[in-house]
Design a protein around this ligand. Structure first.
Ligand code: ADP
Length: 190
């Protein structure tokens, strides 16, 4: 199992690069944002709870998110060589829980890949995405909040994964294909 954490601020390109990785390596893809948006679309209780946080640019509480993640991971079964975690973990407790959850299954995260993109670029990309996707959280006020949450709660994971010895920095500004090639170099070295 080659489990990969694709990591970065909102708008850093995690989803775009994940799609390319899935095509090339046949990895499974767990996007917690997509999982939550699907629950919202289906009008479930979980979706209602999730929407109240997402529309404010806040994170869903850790305990709830960790449960969801373990369920989705298990439902993937053994059909993939590994999974890309996209949007999870977003806090240190989530990273610790992920490590534990995988260890009890005899699995682990092989690499954390950080897509590093400057803040001014993130804001532009997300505003543009909002115009196209109509995502309710891609408006200026909510984007600002999400970037603050990223700095406060999520970016400490960079040092956490450095201590785990599996952090890989990727320059996330520039040509899509160059960024993808840099990611592939990391994956192929595993
Ligand atoms: P982006 O990375 O562009 O912000 P996502 O689709 O990954 O978009 O996430 C959208 C929203 O879903 C987040 O702002 C947050 O409210 C919620 N969310 C997604 N993943 C998590 C997570 N691991 N923990 C808590 N909340 C999450």
């Amino acid at each position: 199992m080659k489990n990969i954490v694709i990591f970065g601020a909102p708008g850093s390109g995690k989803g775009t690069q994940s799609d390319k990785l899935i095509d090339k390596y046949g990895l499974g893809h767990i996007s917690t944002g997509d999982v939550l948006r699907n629950e919202i679309k289906n009008g479930t209780e979980l979706g209602k709870t999730a929407k109240s946080y997402i529309d404010k640019g806040q994170l869903i509480p850790d305990e709830l998110m960790i449960d969801i993640l373990a369920n989705v991971y298990d439902s993937f079964g053994k059909e993939h060589e590994g999974v890309i975690f996209d949007g999870f973990p977003r806090t240190i407790p989530q990273a610790e829980a992920l490590k534990k959850m995988l260890a009890t299954r005899g699995h682990r995260v092989a690499a954390m890949i950080e897509l590093d993109v400057p803040e001014s670029e993130l804001m532009q990309r997300l505003l543009l995405r909002g115009q196209k996707s109509g995502r309710s959280d891609d408006n200026e006020a909510t984007i600002k909040k999400r970037l603050d949450v990223y700095h406060d709660q999520t970016s400490p994971l960079i040092d956490w994964y450095k201590r785990e010895g599996i952090h890989n920095h990727i320059q996330g500004l520039g040509e899509l294909d160059r960024i993808f090639a840099d990611i592939c170099t990391v994956i192929e070295s595993l």
